[in-house]
Write a protein that binds this ligand. Structure first.
Ligand SMILES: [Zn+2]
Ligand SMILES: [Zn+2]
Length: 398
C-alpha cells in the first residue's frame, strides 16, 4: 500500500526546537535502535517473579490505542481505519503487519524491528518474541472498533517461522486502560545558561541535518540507518514499561536492581547507536570536518541525541575522564511526573546509561563489551523529584 498525501500529513513528524521533542500523531517519539528495544524487552521479560510480557503488551495496547485514535479522522470508514493502523506501525519503523484477515481473527507480520533486534543481539529464541506487536494489534483493534481483545502470537520469525502469526481472542477481558496523565511541568522556554560548547562544532547544523533526515519505515516498515535499525517509539511506551517494571520489582524488594538493569541497557545502546553513527557516511560528510579532537566528537554526539529526542541535554563540565550533563525536559522525568507525580529518587535511567556509554565510546578502547563499565554515571538531581533540571555526573572508573 502506497502512502497517500492525506496519511502522510497525519503522520508527519514535527520537531519542537525549544524542547528537542519529535512529535508524531500527538505523541512525543524517541528514536532508538533495535539493540536497545530488544534488550529492554529481554530485561523485562527475563526478570523472574514479575509479568514483564504483560507490561509490554499492556503498555503497547494503551499507548497505540491512544496514538492511533489521534491519527484517525471522523470521516474514515473501517477499511481506512485499518489502513491507518497498518501504516502507523510501518511508519514508526516496527515492521509490516497485515490486518486484512482481522475479520477471521488472524494477523500476520513478515518483517519486524523486534525480531531483527532479538536475532542481532540476543541470538535464537526458544519463545515467540513479538509481545510488542501483540500489544500494538490489541491497541489497533480498540482504536478501530472499540473492542478489547487478546492477541496471542502462535508462530514467530525469531523461531524460524516464515512470518509471525497472531490469533485474536474475543473472549471476556478487562477494558483497555486509558493513557491517563496529569498536566506536567511546563517546558522551559528560555535557553539555559552555563552550557559548554565547542567552537568547531556547529550544534544547530547537526540538529537541522539529523532532523531533516527522513527517518520513516521503508516498504518493509524498517528504518535501516547508521548500521542499526531505528524506530520512533512513543515516550509514553518507554515510560509506562520502565515505571511498571521498577514498581513490579519493588514489590520483590529488587527496585534498585531494576534501575541498574535499565541503566545497563541504555549504556550498551549509547555505544551501539553512536558507534554506528560515527562510522556512517552521514558522519563523514557533515560532522567529521568539525571534529578536531575527542571532545568535539562528544559535543557532536550530544547534539545528535538532542535531534533524536533523547534528552534536551547539554554539557556543563567535561574532561577526558569526566562529564557533567544537564537535562531540563527529559522524557523520563517529565513522564514520571505526568504518570505518578513527584518521585522520591531520580528516574532517568536511559539518560544515565547513555551518559556513561558516550564517554566509553569517545574515550574508551576496544569492543563495546571491553568498554562497558569503564565509566560510571549517576543522576544527582532529577526533574521528577521537583528539581529544575536533571543533572548527571560521569566519571572514569579507577
Ligand atoms: Zn514474532
Ligand atoms: Zn531525571
Amino acid at each position: 500500500m502506497a502512502i497517500d498525501s492525506d496519511l502522510a500529513s497525519r503522520l508527519a513528524m514535527q520537531y519542537e526546537p525549544t524542547t528537542y521533542r519529535r512529535r508524531i500523531a500527538g505523541h512525543d517519539v524517541i528514536i532508538h535502535c533495535h539493540h536497545y528495544n530488544a534488550r529492554l524487552q529481554r530485561t523485562l521479560e527475563g526478570a523472574r517473579g514479575i509479568d514483564g510480557k504483560g507490561l509490554i503488551v499492556g503498555a503497547a495496547e494503551t499507548v497505540f490505542a491512544d496514538q492511533l485514535a489521534r491519527a484517525l479522522r471522523p470521516g474514515d470508514d473501517e477499511a481506512r481505519r485499518w489502513a491507518v493502523a497498518e501504516q502507523l506501525y510501518r511508519h514508526l519503523g516496527f515492521g509490516r503487519i497485515d490486518l486484512s484477515q482481522i475479520g477471521a481473527d488472524v494477523v500476520t507480520a513478515d518483517s519486524s524491528h523486534f525480531v531483527e533486534g532479538w536475532l542481532a543481539g540476543l541470538g535464537e529464541s526458544s519463545d515467540n518474541v513479538c509481545s510488542f506487536t501483540a500489544g500494538y494489534v490489541q491497541g489497533a483493534v480498540h482504536a478501530v472498533t472499540g473492542a478489547a481483545v487478546r492477541v496471542r502470537e502462535v508462530e514467530c520469525m525469531a523461531r524460524g517461522a516464515e512470518r509471525c502469526r497472531f490469533e485474536v481472542d474475543r473472549g471476556e477481558r478487562p477494558p483497555v486502560a486509558p493513557n491517563r496523565k496529569d498536566p506536567a511541568i511546563p517546558a522551559p522556554r528560555e535557553p539555559g545558561a552555563g552550557w559548554l560548547r565547542s567552537p568547531q562544532v556547529d550544534e544547530q547544523a547537526i540538529i537541522d541535518a539529523v532532523v531533516g533526515m527522513p527517518m520513516v519505515g521503508d516498504e518493509a516498515g524498517l528504518i535501516p540507518a547508521f548500521s542499526v535499525y531505528l524506530a520512533s517509539m512513543p515516550a509514553d511506551f518507554y515510560n509506562r514499561i520502565c515505571i511498571g517494571f521498577v514498581e513490579a520489582m519493588r514489590g520483590l524488594g529488587r527496585d534498585k536492581t531494576a534501575i541498574r538493569l535499565l541503566i545497563s541497557d541504555a549504556e550498551h545502546c549509547g555505544m551501539n547507536t553512536f558507534r554506528g553513527i560515527m562510522h556512517s557516511p552521514e558522519w563523514d560528510g557533515l560532522i567529521a570536518p568539525m571534529v578536531r579532537d575527542r571532545s568535539d566528537a562528544l559535543h557532536a554526539i550530544i547534539a545528535i541525541s538532542n535531534a533524536l529526542g533523547w534528552g534536551d541535554w547539554h554539557v556543563t563540565a567535561h574532561t577526558p575522564r569526566s562529564l557533567a550533563l544537564e537535562s531540563r525536559y527529559g522524557y523520563e522525568a517529565v513522564g514520571y511526573r505526568e504518570y505518578r507525580g513527584l518521585a522520591a529518587t531520580p528516574q532517568c535511567a536511559m539518560l544515565t546509561g547513555v551518559a556513561a556509554g558516550v564517554m566509553e565510546l569517545v574515550y574508551g578502547e576496544g569492543t563495546v563489551e571491553e568498554r562497558y563499565g569503564t565509566f560510571n554515571a549517576r543522576e544527582e538531581r532529577c526533574v521528577s523529584c521537583g528539581e529544575p533540571s536533571c543533572n548527571f555526573a560521569v566519571e572514569q572508573v579507577e
